[in-house]
Design a binder for this molecule. Structure first.
Ligand code: S3P
Length: 433
């Protein structure tokens, strides 16, 4: 249990940890290359260590270098069956959903992916279904949950309409498409994070987007130059929320990824009154590079807002922070179309609603989101259970800094899944006064 007391302002310059989504992809795509790929600023966290461990088990080489890793790949069509067996994804949903896309295209290979208690509650039928349609044999517990067993096959390209706006499922099908005969098309109704697409473009893979339809074709090999991972906007969002809520704060965030498919929270926060100055990428931009930049932030009074379903995917991992800002804002804040939050590391709708209510918020759950009402005054405080979820743990900490009494976070250690240095970084900004 860790207590976070009301704090003085956050001041100074802050560099967030490396992006988790891009780190997973950099290691995974690196392992699919024939030539070694240097990944600079690879995230050092529990989740991204799970990815490196799985790739080692699959025969790739991973050398930790100062400030990154060198991935010695096995090639796209490697004889992976030689090192098959059980792959432990730990807590990582991204590894659990992306890796099967590669394994499914390895004829003769059999692997079982499993992980911790939380991952065993998260649906994998969303990847089993398209991979089976492409020709792989994929079995999940009760047809829906891990462990997930993948028997590779020569795949055939499909046209697949995503039933959920999920970058993980989209990426899984696109990766399988690299190994499938013909072309593979994924139709995404609502744009989700596009790091996989950007990496495919950089790997000079035949890849096209026509409106919401993404098409990839079979390739013999993959080639990637050095990858430099930007700072994670989702990790930075906790510090952004703290600087917005704690009166007198003024910080500069350096080296943060500003890809428009990830900056939904910053746009929502700005609409609520947050002072966020930065060069956010224009929505709809298609690119091969990941934009990186600086944000200037200052504390500000907030007003309630309505978040509609099309705003959900680019803010998916930060929506619990919208609830937190809403609890300090004047008026009503409503989030709709966010039922995916129920199947994250924890049920984040239940976690944030029960958690913030115990800290004094007027908040209710809906099937697909929540409604929170505030009068512009701060939360009282109390105790919040992280439920084993890294993002709920960090949310509790931020709530404590901005509270009147203090917040005890039960299970703060969960933060290490994505952001082991969170408490140290916040302490440095509190000392920067
Ligand atoms: C991620 C996609 C999102 C996000 C997760 C990381 C990714 O999940 O919540 O933290 O790296 O592709 P979904 O694709 O299931 O929405």
């Amino acid at each position: 249990m860790t207590r976070f007391a009301p704090s003085g302002p956050l001041r100074g310059t802050y560099t967030p940890p490396a992006d988790k989504s891009i780190s997973h992809r950099a290691a995974l795509f690196g392992a699919m290359c024939d030539e070694p790929v240097a990944v600079r600023n690879y995230l050092d966290s529990a989740d991204t260590r799970s990815t490196l461990a799985a790739l080692l088990k699959l025969g790739a080489g991973v050398e930790e270098e100062a400030g990154g890793v060198l991935v010695r790949g096995v090639g796209l069509h490697a004889p992976l069956e030689a090192t098959g067996g059980l792959l432990d994804v730990g807590n990582s949903g991204t590894l659990m959903r992306l890796l099967p896309g590669w394994l499914a295209g390895q004829p003769g290979g059999v692997w079982t992916l499993d992980g911790d208690e939380s991952i065993r509650r998260r649906p994998v039928d969303r990847v089993a279904e398209p991979l089976s349609a492409m020709g792989a044999q994929v079995e999940a517990r009760d047809g829906r949950f891990p462990p997930l067993t993948v028997r590779g096959a020569q795949l055939t390209g499909i046209e697949y309409e995503l039933p959920v706006a999920s970058a993980q499922v989209k990426s899984c099908v696109l990766i399988a498409g690299l190994l499938a005969d013909g072309s593979t098309t994924v139709d995404e109704r609502s744009p989700s994070r596009d790091h996989t697409e950007r990496m495919l473009r950089r790997g000079r893979v035949p890849f096209e987007r026509a409106g919401s339809r993404l098409t990839v074709s079979q390739v013999d090999e993959l080639e990637l130059d050095e990858i430099v991972v930007p700072g994670d906007p989702s990790s930075a969002a906790f510090v952004v929320a703290a600087a917005t809520l704690v009166s007198g704060s003024r910080i500069v965030v350096n080296g943060v990824g500003l890809n428009w498919t990830r900056t939904g929270f910053l746009r929502i926060a700005e609409r609520m009154g947050a002072v966020v100055v930065g060069d956010l990428e224009e929505p709809g931009t298609e690119a091969a590079v990941e934009p990186v930049g600086e944000l200037d932030l200052a504390s500000a009074p907030l007003e309630g807002t309505e978040v509609e379903p099309d705003e959900v995917p680019p803010a998916i991992d930060e929506l619990t922070l919208v609830a937190l800002l809403g609890a300090f804002a004047d008026g009503e804040t409503v989030v709709r179309g966010a039922e995916e939050l129920r199947v994250k590391e924890a049920d984040r709708i239940a976690g944030v609603v029960d958690g913030l209510r115990d800290l004094g918020a007027d908040i209710e759950a809906t099937d697909d989101g929540f409604v929170v009402r505030g009068d512009g005054s701060p939360l009282r405080g109390g105790s919040i259970d992280a439920r084993g979820d890294h993002r709920l743990a960090m949310l509790g900490a931020v709530a404590g800094l901005a509270s009147t009494d203090s917040v005890e976070v039960v299970g703060m250690h969960a933060a290490a899944v994505s952001y082991p240095g969170f408490e140290r970084d916040v302490a440095a900004l509190l000392d920067g006064n």
